[in-house]
Design a protein around this ligand. Sequence first.
Ligand code: AMP
Ligand code: FES
Ligand code: ZN
Ligand code: ZN
Length: 310
Amino acid sequence: MKCVKCRGPAVVEVSRHHAAFCRDHFVEHVLRQVQRAIEDEGMLAPDDRILVAVSGGKDSLALWDILHRLGYRPDGLHVQLGIGAYSEESAARTRAFAGERGLTLHVVSVAEEIGFGIGELARRTRRIPCSACGMTKRHLFNRFAREHGYTVVATGHNLDDEAATLLGNVLHWQLDYMARQSAVMPATEEGLVKKVKPLVRLAEREVAAYAVLQGIDYEVDECPMAAGATSHLYKEVLNRLEHVAPGTKQQFVFGFYERGRRHFPKEPVRLQACRVCGEPTPGEVCAFCRLTERARAAASGRSASSGNGR
Ligand code: AMP
Ligand code: FES
Ligand code: ZN
Ligand code: ZN
């Protein structure tokens, strides 16, 4: 296998582009795909204050590294979820990455915010851990960015993540989610910070290869609470399709963005500041505050049945 750019020995094959690359040209390919996503989708402006949500895994550490190399000046935000050794190690890798590169890292702890970690939150409210966790992270990303003057939050979602989410939305005909699924979520309302996914043009294995080639020391273990998650099954199915027909994931996601999404009109939602925390929400109290209140009520033996946490 030879590099399509220099005919030297290739180290990574990218079948959907009918290409293989040597180390240097693979790095160039990755940077070009991210730059293209940023430009095509209008993700970042030169004067944006960027906050990268960094879990300590390959995607978000690679994203932080790539944005830095592309000349942006992003700071990091790590959310400590309180999931035992997995969280400790993820935080340690994130801190080491920031320390070695002299990057600014903020850390927010779920336990300090609400009094207990994600496992306890899910248990007390009888939510699936990943769903309580996702809601908590989205809440903390937006709130931290808003309170500290960041104009955009970047996450490490890659093409596989986006394709798996879209497949789940289609299988369950989640029309509202489909209308909103995007690599860019603009700040349409007061208090809502813009969200972007600059790795959306890269498959998971490309991001992993990039992280390894750049010597990024990332947390390899998956979250123990995500074992058996349906998103893993969707990714597996999509990988099988991709293996037989390279380009399937990209066509699925970008075909949807370009030709499918417009058939799912967005229902307009008016947001207001949550009475408790000030975050934008369609109701009076945001879903996160309702969920944490239910968890506290369950702990103190009060009825946990008020509100459904959604
Ligand atoms: P996941 O939902 O775990 O696939 O993560 C998707 C993206 O959310 C990651 O690429 C990160 O950008 C961000 N993220 C996930 N977990 C954390 C965390 N604990 N702290 C900060 N950002 C996170
Ligand atoms: Fe959120 Fe595992 S990272 S439940
Ligand atoms: Zn080459
Ligand atoms: Zn709130």
